[in-house]
Design a protein around this ligand. Structure first.
Ligand code: ATP
Ligand code: SF4
Ligand code: MG
Length: 339
């Protein structure tokens, strides 16, 4: 299907000059219309930085140091998001691309009723709406996310964490955007609630047709509820595949490690082993493949040369790992044997 959001060679740094660290390194990722794309990786891998960078919500000292982000509206010319000015950006947000932040449920304003906050979003983008039409729309949105409309006049503290999170989703959907970005919206919720919310989002997506970029470190949820999955490590995408492929046959040793870090929701059970060691320090990135100090399969080229993200034989997926580059170890082997 056609792309709705294209990230091209995006890099994001924190700080400038010699003290700068690169938290997102040359990331290219395409979100297609109507799909759920999952982005997974350990804490610190750069998932939020990518989400904030691509939507221009990066807090200082974060700066986008390279790349392009192209939004394709339903009709009209493609939009270069990184080139928009503030008013243009404001117009795009909520109505075309909306974002539910990490811990967003705590970002509801405690002193305003839920209905007021929903209506504010609608009002800001639809000046011709009336108080009555906004309230009706707010009620519709609450129903959409499975909250009884008698909760409209509740204050955030009167709702459970799960309900507050659903209110945030309702807000994100208020203006029928084409893209919804969810940055780990479920960390604070229990597993049962996580599943309910993700299932609901997937269902809403079927009905409303928006695309979702879903960011989490829990790969098992993505395996079940997304179409495609991208795996991030040390600021890079190291593997991208459809969800089933990635689950059945992860190509990158890090992807396999992640799969082994969470209990599978269904299907074949893998032994839970986790990944030994810890994510790389951005100020001292390992040479070669950033994963090599932790990789159980590291071999000759890994410590010296950084593998690029490329398609193995079949073009439907990509991986950045020397194991999947035919003949990758040969040069090193040859040089060893000739000495
Ligand atoms: P999590 O799963 O914990 O949310 P994440 O994948 O979203 O992790 P980011 O928050 O994007 O990771 O962080 C990526 C890297 O950037 C980390 O190494 C982090 O320490 C670094 N980083 C994040 N914010 C800043 C900042 N304001 N200044 C400097 N470094 C930062
Ligand atoms: Fe492991 Fe080497 Fe592949 Fe990196 S390139 S994941 S170190 S085998
Ligand atoms: Mg994050």
């Amino acid at each position: 299907s056609e792309p709705v959001l294209e990230i091209k060679n995006l890099s994001v740094d924190y700080g400038m000059g010699p003290d700068a660290v690169q938290a997102v390194r040359d990331v290219s990722l395409t979100l297609h219309r109507g799909e759920v794309l999952g982005l997974a990786g350990e804490s610190g891998s750069g998932k939020s930085t990518l989400a904030y960078g691509m939507t221009r919500l990066l807090p200082p000292p974060g700066v986008v140091s390279g790349g392009e982000v192209v939004y394709h509206p339903q009709d009209g010319a493609p939009v270069d998001i990184l080139g928009l000015n503030r008013p243009q950006l404001r117009k795009l947000r909520w109505s075309e691309i909306s974002i539910v932040f990490q811990g967003a449920m705590n970002s509801l304003n405690p002193v305003h009723k839920v209905v007021t906050q929903l209506c504010d979003v609608i009002k800001a983008h639809d000046k011709r709406s009336t108080p009555a039409s906004r309230r009706a729309r707010a009620a519709e949105l609450m129903k959409l996310v499975g909250i009884n409309t008698d909760r409209l006049d509740s204050y955030p503290h009167q709702l459970s964490g799960g309900m507050r999170q659903r209110v945030m989703i309702a807000m994100a959907l208020a203006l029928e955007p084409s893209v919804v970005i969810m940055d780990e919206p479920t960390t604070a919720l229990d597993v049962v609630m996580q599943r309910q919310i993700l299932t609901q989002l997937a269902e809403l997506r079927e009905r409303l047709g928006f695309a979702v970029l879903f960011i989490t470190h829990d790969l098992s949820l993505l395996v079940e509820l997304s179409d495609r999955i991208a795996i991030m490590y040390g600021g890079r995408i190291v593997e991208e595949a459809n969800a089933r492929q990635l689950y059945r046959e992860p190509l990158h040793p890090y992807s396999l490690g992640l799969l082994k870090s969470f209990p599978a929701l269904r299907g074949e059970r893998r032994e839970l082993t986790g990944i030994p060691g810890s994510p790389p320090d951005l100020r001292a990135m390992p040479s070669g493949c950033a994963f090599h100090p932790r990789c159980p399969r590291a071999f000759e080229p890994c410590a010296d040369r950084d593998p690029v993200l490329a398609a193995p034989e079949d073009k439907t997926r990509s991986v950045a790992c020397w194991l999947h580059v035919p003949g990758a170890g040969r040069t090193a082997e040859n040089s060893t044997s000739s000495t």
